[in-house]
Design a protein around this ligand. Structure first.
Ligand SMILES: *Cc1c(COP(=O)(O)O)cnc(C)c1O
Length: 382
């Protein structure tokens, strides 16, 4: 097999190609002396708001902070309930718990890995303060039925769009699909900083003002604290870097879509459809492919990962344990079997290398390597 590996992602390529504008951005901040918030952050907020087609954007220190700020701005606190999927990154639930509220899990749709709208409505109680949806792997959740549920019960939707910056549903971008949208600019996300960064967006000017206040210890006037907020400020260096990258994001998304399409074709060419189930893109969605996730038979997955690792092909399991079975959430009293689609996803998902600059040759290496392994397995079993 080939001597050169294929990494799961490669951040250096972007930084090499944008080296000049990134260095200029950093130099600009250093020269300005304003290293936290300030004009760079304000400009980024304006540019992100325009990119999303939303009225207001508030920069913050991470996607996790974005979730905390959004939930607190909506008044989520002790004894409240927030409904969210059992299959997502931990931060989605962590933000709920940190506010003293109770996460109420719902199962996912097995084909898209996103919240199953049919599982949401019967979990709504008089304590439900928000429905926290996740656009997992870069594809928007099934919004139309979720909007109906939210409207019927007058409960706001918060979008965890950490993996879906630039994704669209019926032509509308993430951040505009709920009351408040949350983005992460963690380095491996669609738009990545060189460190931690995040953003909260909303069309409501009052919520925007509250979010901006909560971000700096709930301080409205200097040393006058209206709320018990957070230190969730965004660094100017990260904002400047993100501004240098933002004009390229739509092209990167198109390149990611092309990479996904090529994987699909390769899976056909290698007749692997029965072994590696490809991601399903639902109609009227712009899937931004933060990850390209296939499904593998649970019995094969560990050995396949080992085989690919030996060939220096990067993979990752997002996520091996559903949230309702996490050790620190045992107090919620959930059991194995409560959310079968989430549990099955945890046992079968596998993310393959995905980044805009991934070449056809590299992808062929990945799929060929999968093919060699899986066919060997089948022959042994026969
Ligand atoms: C990355 C991520 C977060 C958290 O973002 P950070 O910037 O790492 O704090 C939250 N939710 C989901 C679904 C994520 O993928």
């Amino acid at each position: 097999m080939s001597s050169t590996g294929v990494p799961l992602f490669d951040l250096q390529i972007q930084h090499r190609t944008l080296q000049e504008s990134i260095q200029a951005a950093v130099a600009r901040v250093l020269a300005s002396g304003q290293v936290i918030l300030g004009p760079e952050v304000a400009c980024l907020e304006e540019e992100i708001a325009r990119f999303c087609g939303v009225g207001h954007a508030v920069g913050c220190a991470s996607g996790t902070d974005a979730l905390s700020l959004a939930l607190q701005a909506l008044g989520v606190g002790p004894d409240d309930e927030v409904i969210l999927p059992a299959f997502t990154f931990f931060a989605t639930a962590g933000a709920v718990c940190r506010l003293g509220a109770r996460p109420i899990f719902a199962d996912i749709d097995a084909t898209t890995y996103n919240l199953d709208p049919l599982q949401v409505e019967n979990k709504i109680t008089e304590k439900t303060k928000a429905i926290l949806i996740v656009h997992l792997f870069g594809q928007c959740a099934d919004m139309e039925p979720l909007w109906h549920v939210a409207e019927r019960h007058n409960v706001p939707i918060v979008e965890d769009a950490a993996q879906a910056f630039g994704a669209e549903y019926q032509g509308n971008r993430t951040g505009t699909l709920g009351a408040i949208g949350c983005f992460s600019f963690y380095p491996t996300k669609i738009l990545g900083a060189c460190g931690d960064a995040g953003m909260v967006v909303t069309n409501d000017p009052e919520w925007a003002a509250r979010l901006a206040c909560l971000r700096v210890h709930g301080m409205e006037k200097r040393y006058h604290h209206k709320y018990i907020g957070w230190n969730a400020r965004l660094d100017a260096v990260q904002a400047a870097l993100l501004r240098a990258k933002l004009p390229h994001v739509d092209r990167w998304i198109e390149e990611r879509q092309a990479v996904a399409q090529r994987y699909n074709v390769l899976l056909d060419e290698y007749h692997l459809a029965d072994f590696l189930e490809r991601p399903v893109v639902r109609p009227q969605r712009r899937h931004v492919f933060n990850q390209y996730v296939v499904r593998v038979a649970p019995a094969q997955r560990e050995a396949l990962i080992r085989h690919l690792k030996a060939e220096r092909i990067g993979t990752e399991v997002y996520y091996p344990i559903p949230l309702h079975l996490q050790e620190c959430l045992a107090y919620l009293g959930y059991r194995e079997g409560d959310f079968p689609a989430s549990e099955e996803a945890c046992e079968s998902v596998l993310a393959l290398p995905m980044y805009p600059e991934l070449t056809l040759d590299q992808q062929a290496r990945v799929i060929q390597s999968c093919s060699t392994f899986l066919r060997q397995r089948v022959r042994k079993a026969a």
